[in-house]
Design a binder for this molecule. Structure first.
Ligand SMILES: [Zn+2]
Ligand SMILES: [Zn+2]
Length: 230
């Protein structure tokens, strides 16, 4: 593959001139490197996924706060749009799935929630207000639901570690589907929210039979004995 050719483009003597140049180029940072000559930032086309043939790049050497040297390689080429990633994919998907106010919960997620709910000490569920409850997590046993909530109100932490262990020690679950845990923030579903819904009888399990045999299946199956021995 031919070595990339760089052409000197411009030199800027302050940050704001450099930034306004960069902002006009439709590029985003690809990587940054620390070199002997200063920090080197490589930018590539912001739309390179949409236009895979676009190989436009800008490289900037930042000698210090007051000297920015920019070079370019190739130019934008937006004549062919990537056919495999149609722009409207996400909206077509929402049409296929139909309108929903809540994410759909898979059987696997139901099972995890069921197991979590069954292992939860029900006296640890603390009603807070509205539809919101506090439950302790298995991560840190230092807090009960009420000491966790007390810390939420008084913020007694003096170090990040204290704050962090508090944060993961309790879950704020708001019926129907909200929870303060990481999984819920990412996927809008978690065992805590679904489990609490199950506990209060707000959640209709899609296939109760499958949940019931969850515990049994864990046991080692009995060795099959031939029918003639019995
Ligand atoms: Zn481009
Ligand atoms: Zn959760």
């Amino acid at each position: 593959m031919a070595k990339r050719q760089w052409i000197f483009a411009d030199r800027f003597l302050n940050r704001s001139d450099f930034h306004s140049y960069i902002n006009d180029q439709n590029i985003s940072i690809k990587r940054t490197e620390q070199t002997n000559g200063g920090q080197k930032i490589t930018y590539r086309c912001s739309e390179c996924r949409k236009f895979p043939q676009c190989d436009f790049q800008i490289r900037c050497l930042m000698k210090d706060e007051n000297e920015y040297i920019a070079s370019t390689s190739n130019t934008h080429n937006h004549s062919n749009r990537n056919a495999t990633t149609p722009e409207l994919e996400w909206s077509e998907k929402s049409v296929l799935n139909g309108f929903r106010t809540c994410p759909s919960v898979s059987i696997k997620q139901e099972k995890v929630a069921w197991k979590w709910k069954n292992g939860l000490d029900k006296s640890s569920i603390l009603y807070w207000y509205g539809h919101t409850h506090v439950v302790p997590s298995s991560y840190c046993k230092q807090y009960t639901s009420s000491t966790w909530l007390h810390a939420y109100n008084t913020m007694p932490w003096t170090q990040f570690d204290e704050f962090s262990s508090w944060l993961y020690a309790g879950r704020l679950v708001t019926i129907p589907m909200m929870c303060s845990c990481k999984t819920n923030l990412k996927t809008y579903i978690c065992k805590h929210a679904v489990g609490i819904m199950m506990h209060f009888g707000f959640y209709v399990v899609s296939d109760p039979g499958k949940l019931e045999d969850l515990g049994k299946r864990r046991r080692r199956p009995k060795k099959a004995t031939s029918a003639l021995c019995r």
